[in-house]
Design a protein around this ligand. Structure first.
Ligand code: ZN
Length: 740
């Protein structure tokens, strides 16, 4: 009896296990998405460092996309988060980990959580703890920081709560016509034999990680493709997740039929890779005045950088964003659905360490040891790039000093002779590593991290690695992993702009050219070698199953932050008007494919960022007389624009645009605006504005309605009227003639 009981018990356990673990699932997987959009007004956008580029509305909301992967025994797990933000900030990660620890104990910590930025240049700034990155946003901006913190944690919560058994697949393929090298002269300084190994001077490969449940239904997708999120240029004032964010919305719309952005179950992340010298503006650098190509080594037109800009493939920045997004989305979909993709099997593991990158000794060969430097920015940093030129008279490829800026720099901090020698040939503009007033300007201690999921290794780098820097890192780490026991079919990806931000990393050879990326390689000419050396130690520990050292503790500078961004003082509606009143209303009717624009008396959007909400809705009248929301503020087809009409009086207007799709169902529609106003006594109250109802028609119906009758009938009437008129005219003329 006992034996029979034991056998049937075992059978029951096995069958339960099959049910609980699905059929042949290797992992437990969760995915979650949450809104992280910050202040849609008056905050400088992070990326181009252009103080005039402040937020004035929303085109696409920013989201955090989180994925948790555990091994099938649920013993070890990793969290990978891709956020629609310019990069990750150390201060932010430290706070996220604090929140996670208070909720989950040590389940999620700095070692097994990676938070990556897509590098959109159209999100509000001010979320860094190091001073240099917050200069143009007038210091630290809590209104940006809080939605990022809450949204990222919310996305991880959702991923945690959705975990279920599933499988993972990896696939890699080539995507062309979507990126170019923006510093080709620096790339050309790499050894010829090294360059000969590659067909292109940028990475064309996209690597897709497909996540499915036990029944093979999609849970999520992450892909890594190297391209700057600078399709929206530095004239843009609307918050946008740029080409990667739009690609993600396209993929998610495909998988979550009928769901609004950020509200569906399937989560698709278009994560960043080694995009340091990679631009989406594929037409290449041209002079805006003459239309001719710029001077290549310096990216200038007649000696000045401001006019040298690289446009995207489209007719304007919106069109370019759409094209680069669509290219990435379509490629990701092909790779996702490809039946030949590789199924992952094997452990989930991770290694993490903190390294003081300003003080690493690097053994570059058997006899020579070199050292990294304290952080410093070169002159060409201020020249900007052809994606967004700097505003001063700096040019790229500059290795000579400018006396005026020498003076400004010395006023801040004169670099020590050791620092000048260490950073050579970089002419130092900002000696940020030696500037500590009022607090540190650049990071020294940064996160280095590698995840393993079966045959996939994710190398999280806290910077923007150039194409060749990424290739060297990946090759070296892959060799180390394989030498220590990883399978021969191991796939390695670089996750760029992850955990912290320490500017750019170029190769030693690219550094000599001092283009923008070389000038922004802050730890000196041997930065890359130092990163590769330290990553190799982690890779070795990961492959051998030995622990990695914790490293020095990074500072938390959040309680030291200064902010000079003025608060919203108050909002006021003009005399005789109320908030939400319509200033310019909708027409009575529109045809499919045209645009509706409605302007309202507005209030400052900073009063309420409406996390997980919307500033607008496009609504359609239903047969039961209820209104159904058909568009919100995160969709490509809508724009929410805010502007002050009187700064002194606190008066402002909001314009909502809806580009009606060609396929929009004909019917009755209206547009609503949801605002929040701050009174003189600092109370915030919400209000709504509503357009009049309007009709959307097919082009045929529209013409019929506009002219009352079809054109053919009109033509007949017109002919008859003309002949009638002519007869009458003749008659009256004859009367006149008779009179005289
Ligand atoms: Zn960049």
């Amino acid at each position: 009896m006992a034996t029979a009981y034991g056998v049937s018990g075992l059978f029951l356990l096995l069958s339960l296990c099959l049910i609980c673990n699905g059929q042949n699932t290797n992992y437990i997987i969760g995915a979650g998405i949450a809104d992280i959009t910050g202040p849609a007004a008056e905050v400088d956008m992070m990326g181009y460092a252009n103080p005039a580029q402040t937020s004035k509305g929303i085109h696409l909301r920013q989201y955090s996309r989180a994925f948790i992967i555990a091994d099938s025994a649920n013993k070890s797990r990793i969290v990978f988060v891709s956020t629609d933000s310019c990069m990750q900030s150390q201060g932010l990660k430290l706070e996220i980990i604090k929140r996670l620890k208070s909720k989950y104990g040590d389940l999620y910590n700095e070692r097994n959580v990676a938070i990556s930025g897509t590098h959109t240049h159209s999100g509000p700034g001010g979320f860094h703890q190091y001073l240099l990155y917050d200069i143009t946003s007038l210091g630290f901006v809590n209104e940006t920081f809080v939605p990022l913190l809450e949204g990222i944690v919310a996305s991880i919560d959702k991923a945690h709560n959705s975990m279920k058994p599933g499988n993972l697949y990896v696939n890699t393929g080539e995507l062309l016509e979507s990126n170019i090298n923006r510093s080709p002269t620096a790339y050309l300084n790499n050894p010829a034999e090294e360059r000969a190994k590659y067909k292109y001077n940028v990475e064309k490969n996209m690597t897709v990680l497909r996540m499915t449940d036990a029944q093979n239904n999609g849970i999520g997708m992450i892909n890594w493709f190297a391209v700057h999120c600078t399709s929206m240029n530095n004239t843009n004032h609307l918050i946008s997740s740029d080409n990667k964010g739009l690609a993600a919305q396209m993929f998610e719309a495909d998988m979550n039929k009928g769901a609004f952005p950020g509200k569906g179950k399937f989560v698709a992340a278009f994560a960043q890779s080694n995009e340091g010298d990679v631009s989406p503006n594929t037409k290449g650098p041209h002079c805006m005045d003459t239309g001719k190509p710029c001077d290549v080594p310096t990216s200038t037109c007649n000696g000045r950088n401001e006019l040298c800009v690289s446009p995207g493939p489209g007719k304007d920045m919106y069109d370019s964003t759409r094209i680069i997004a669509k290219n990435q989305y379509q490629k990701a979909k092909i790779l996702y659905n490809d039946p030949s993709n590789m199924k992952l099997e094997g452990p989930v593991d991770f290694r993490h360490t903190y390294v003081d990158m300003s003080n690493v000794m690097v053994q570059i060969n058997q006899t020579t040891k070199v050292k990294t430097c304290k952080p410093a920015m070169g002159f060409s940093f201020a020249a900007g790039t052809t994606d967004g030129p700097g505003a001063f008279n700096f040019t790229q490829g500059d290795t000579t000093d400018n006396p005026f800026w020498d003076f400004v720099r010395d006023f801040l901090k004169k670099p020590s002779p050791e620092q000048l020698a260490c950073q050579h040939p970089k002419p130092i503009l900002l000696d940020t590593g030696e500037m500590t007033v009022p607090y540190a300007w650049s990071p020294s201690i940064v996160d280095l991290q590698i995840f393993r999921i079966g045959q996939l290794a994710i190398i999280s780098v806290p910077a923007e690695f150039s194409t060749m820097s990424g290739r060297r890192t990946r090759d070296s780490i892959t060799a180390t992993l394989k030498a220590a026991g990883f399978p021969a079919n191991t796939v390695t990806v670089i996750a760029g702009l992850t955990n912290d931000y320490a500017d750019y990393v170029t190769t030693y050879e690219e550094y000599q050219i001092q283009r923008y990326e070389g000038a922004s390689t802050i730890y000196g000419p041997h930065t890359l070698e130092a990163f590769i050396q330290e990553f190799n130690k982690l890779a070795d520990a990961l492959a051998k199953g030995t622990p990695a050292p914790k490293g020095p503790t990074p500072p938390n500078l959040l309680d030291k932050q200064l902010t000079f961004l003025p608060p919203v003082v108050f909002d006021h509606a003009p005399f005789g008007k109320s908030f939400g009143d319509v200033v310019v209303d909708a027409d009575a009717q529109y045809k499919q494919g045209s645009s509706v624009k409605v302007t309202f008396i507005g209030a400052n959007p900073r009063n309420n960022v409406k996390l997980e909400g919307t500033f607008l809705s496009v609504e359609m009248l239903q047969p039961d007389n209820n209104w159904k929301v058909v568009f919100t503020d995160s969709q490509w087809e809508t724009k929410f624009e805010w502007k002050h009409t009187s700064l002194l009086l606190g008066e402002s207007e909001v314009t909502i645009t809806w580009d009606i799709p060609q396929t929009q169902a004909p019917g009755t529609y209206r547009i609503q605006y949801f605002g929040d106003a701050k009174s003189l006594d600092q109370k915030i109250s919400s209000f709504t504005g509503k357009s009049t109802d309007f009709k959307v028609m097919t082009p045929k119906e529209y013409i019929k309605h506009k002219h009352g009758m079809p054109k053919s009938v009109n033509r007949i009437l017109k002919k008859n009227w003309q002949s009638l008129y002519k007869n009458k005219y003749r008659k009256s003329m004859s009367i006149v003639n008779k009179k005289h």
